[in-house]
Design a protein around this ligand. Structure first.
Ligand code: NAD
Length: 291
């Protein structure tokens, strides 16, 4: 298949390389100079779009996605598919899908989870929104870049699933970190805390698979000086998207709101920028109740 790929950064680069490795013809464009194995670069997004059967985007945010979509949709051939894998706000995902449909294109919002490691290994999880026909066209490519895909519903459903998942993740990570910090002050051994909680009703992915306490549980960024992993800045981005969506849908999400505020403070005022999102534990460790 002839594929155009726009946004060849930390995630898009290895995803495009995996498509090329699987035998597809991949034409790429990024605003900065990049070299991706097996991918031919062209000087503009529109040029990549003019001959592609599927256009994939992996961009930083909804504003950039909207700008790129405005450039490539008019250049695409009728019947081609526009698959956006970026994490963006639900409104932008729906707006771009509407524009694509109006131009006779198929559209899928297909954000991913699994990080840079999953992008390189081709083991991402995709959550997709769009028509059956659009999803069917994207699925063979999604299967190369990932190991699991859930078709969540109509356009925007992929982004909705992604931000709801990450809102749960942000909240449970904070709860896990503050509980470890409380346990420390109560004189409870961290390993014992893990042994109990990971097999009890307080268990979660944050505790069991990504334990924020160094030396406890499976290997995680905590064992590597809290180098990301999943950066606190990206968690903040996703929590902001969740609260933007909650606000436009008039949903009451007090825990999500508080998680957003805590990560904003951590990243913007404390030393959380560039740290893994589980570095909330050393943050809580050094604090007292009134801080
Ligand atoms: P990145 O900054 O490494 O890559 C984005 C790329 O888009 C850059 O190379 C940038 O130059 C390019 N770009 C920006 N504007 C452009 C334009 N107008 N035209 C063409 N290219 C343009 O970011 P990333 O880590 O690859 O993340 C991409 C998306 O994936 C984001 O939406 C992010 O939230 C999401 N995501 C990231 C991770 C992760 O662990 N990094 C995990 C899941 C989802």
């Amino acid at each position: 298949m002839k594929i155009g790929f726009i946004g060849l950064g930390n995630m898009g680069g290895p995803m495009a390389a995996n498509l090329a490795k699987a035998g597809h013809e991949v034409i790429g464009y990024d605003t900065v100079d990049v070299a991706i194995e097996g991918v031919s670069l062209v000087p503009s997004a529109a040029e990549a779009a003019s001959t592609a059967e599927v256009m994939i985007t992996m961009l930083p945010n909804g504003q950039i996605l909207r700008a790129v979509a405005a450039e490539i949709i008019p250049a695409m051939q009728a019947g081609a598919a526009f698959v956006d894998c970026s994490t963006v706000d639900v409104d932008s995902a729906r707006a771009v899908a509407d524009q694509a449909a109006a131009a006779g294109l198929l559209a899928v919002d297909a954000p991913v989870s699994g990080g840079i490691g999953g992008a390189s290994a081709g083991t991402l999880t995709f959550m997709a929104g769009g028509s059956e026909e659009a999803f069917a066209k994207a699925q063979p490519l999604i299967d190369i870049m990932g190991q699991k895909a859930v078709h969540c519903g109509a356009s925007g459903a992929g982004q909705s699933a992604k931000i709801c998942n990450n809102m749960i993740l942000g909240v449970t990570m904070i709860a896990t970190c503050e509980a470890f910090a409380l346990a420390d002050k109560l004189g409870l051994d961290r390993q014992k805390m893990f042994d109990v909680v990971s097999t009890s009703s307080g268990s979660s992915w944050s505790m069991n698979a990504y334990c924020p306490a160094p030396g406890v549980g499976p290997q995680s960024p905590a064992d590597n000086g809290y180098q990301p992993g999943f950066a606190a800045d990206l968690m903040l981005k996703d929590l902001r998207l969740s609260q933007q969506a909650a606000s436009s849908a008039d949903a009451d999400t007090p825990m999500g709101q508080l998680a957003e505020a805590l990560y904003a403070r951590f990243v913007e005022e404390e030393d959380g920028k560039g740290m893994d999102f589980s570095a909330m534990l050393p943050r809580f460790e050094t604090r007292n109740r009134e801080d």
